[in-house]
Structures are given as structure tokens and as C-alpha cells.
Design a binder for this molecule. Sequence first.
Ligand code: TYD
Length: 344
Amino acid sequence: MSRTLLVTGGAGFIGTNFVRYWMENYPDDRIVVLDALTYAGNPANMEELRNDSRFRFYPGRIEDFTVVEGIFRWERISHVLNFAAESHNDRSLMDPTGLISSNVTGVSILLECSRKYGAERMLHVSTDEVYGEIESGLFRETDPLEPRTPYSAGKASGELQVRAHQIAYGTKSLVTRGSNTFGPFQFPEKILPFFITRAMQDKMLPLYGDGNQVRDWIFVRDHCSGIATALLKGEIGQVYNVGGGNERPNIEVTKMVLQALSKPETLIKRIPDPRGASHDKRYALNTEKIEKLGWKPSATFEEALGKTVQWYVDHRFWWEEIVNSTRYRQFVKAFYGPYLGEDL
Ligand code: TYD
């Protein structure tokens, strides 16, 4: 039986990679994308899919009940994957209320429509940041949710909607918690694409604080295969960590970017940490639970970083359109202006 997937946030970074992953691996299925096309959702990400009869795109927000319900009615959705989210920590610290509608209300609407229209599965894509930081050891799925930024608190709130809905109504939902993801199509506000594109322009790389914060990096394709595994083989009502097992401090990642592009380390500019007390020092995930379903990440960090850098080298037109836009320039000025002076 072929499936019809609703992929929300399918024009964003992980969503657009997931759509490609799914179409390659499950060619008989249909994919319906709902995306608000905010600054990070980019129609250019879907350009090559436009003429594929298996693919359909609806512009709109997951927090718009009428739009979401209309899609469920028309498209006979069997599986829902929620990638739609306001996902930037620094933006969330500047505007802590703006993220609530998509990260909480939108999730609740997707759950309600999934239940009402009998979706076989609803998978909510969450993040390791809901756990808060961990000094040593690895987070397990049973650990408490102790988010420390407005963004991660928003994601945790969305997860709690999923949990309560599943218990109260038997909605066939589950959650994945991914670690820091990187790869093609990532909007240049997250550290990797931000630093890659800046280094390519010989601009300073603003490294927060001592640069010793540790993230557990996963290549986007591995993250997508983890989500696919959880969707097809995971148990309803369960949570699955999807981590790459590649722990690296920010300073090391920064130096690797510079090395890959043959740029000097003098481009690194250490700046006072704009996240202050809420800057999580370390995230790391135990992935035994999803590995029991047969999943394993396949890319090494070095390989995946090399592919990612190459993608940005080959797709200069893609990111130049973004970084030259007024909106993006305003963002960089607002966030980094006080530290970078004229080098914006
Ligand atoms: P980011 O990519 O924003 O992801 P997250 O906050 O979800 O982990 O940041 C990753 C790490 O990189 C985080 O410790 C903050 C740091 N960072 C910088 O040092 N400079 C930057 O310009 C950015 C965007 C991030």
C-alpha cells in the first residue's frame, strides 16, 4: 500500500532533505509539503521537485487549523512528519514569544487533525535541546526535560502536547530527538553554514565565548534515515534519540571549516557569549534505543563536513541570494553588529 506523507516544514533544512530521502527510497509514495515559507523555508529548495507528480506543495502555517484540516480532507494523509519549527536559539532569545505558535499551537493542531482523520502515524521531530545541558555522560529518552532557552522550552512544550494527545486520545504519535544537524540546504544562521559561507567571503567568524561548548553532530542524511526508521518501525507513544555520536567543541568545528576551505585561523573572532547563562555547554545522546530498530549513522564527521563544505562551494547561487538579501543583512547586523563592526 502506498502512503501519502504530510511533511510540514518541507521547504526548510531537514524537511527538504527528508523529502528527497523519502522519494528516493520509497518511490511509490506521495509527499505533500506544507510550509509557511518564513525566512528559513525557501521555495528554491523545492524547485527541482515541482514537476514530480508524486509531490505537492501548499504554502501555509501549521498553526492555521483551516489550512491543515483542508489538507487532511483533500489529500488523505496517512503519515504526518512535523519538521515545521522556529528553530534558532539566538532568535528565540531576542523574541521569546514568537516561537510559541508554531512550536506549540501548530503541533497541537497537527495532532488533532491526525486523530480526526485517522492518520496511521504522526511523527514529531524534536531536538536533544529539550534535555538541557549535560556535563558528562549521555542523555537517555527517559531523562527529564530541562530546557534552558525559549526555543528548547517551546520544543519541549510541543513534545508534551504529543505525549498528552497520545495518552488522552490514542493518537498514533511518536517523537524523535535529533542532535545538531548539518548538511546541504541549511540556512546560514546555524554555526556551520554561517561559518562556511562567511569564510568563503573572507569574513570574520564570530565564535561565542571560549568556544569550548560541545555539540553532538549528525549529518542530515543520517538524521533523515533515523526519522524514517522511527516512523516505520518505532513504537507508538515512544521517544527516540537520533544522535550522530560525533562530539566536537565549537572551536574544533570552526578550525575544520577553515581548513576545508584553506582559509586562515585569523578569521576566528572570539566574541562575548550573547547567550549568557542559557548557553548549553554540552549535548550528547545515547542512541541504543533507535539502534535496536536497526538504525545506525553511516557518515563520519570528517566525511560529512567535507560533503557539506563542497555543497556550499557548488551552490554559491543558493546562499548568495540569501546572504545578499536585506532581511538577512538586517539579521546579521542586529545580532553581530556590536561585535563585528563593519565586517558584517
Ligand atoms: P547553533 O548552530 O545555533 O545550534 P544550537 O544552538 O542549536 O546548538 O550553535 C551551535 C553552537 O555554536 C552553539 O554552542 C553556539 C555556537 N555559535 C557560535 O559560537 N557562533 C555563532 O555565530 C553561532 C551561530 C553559533
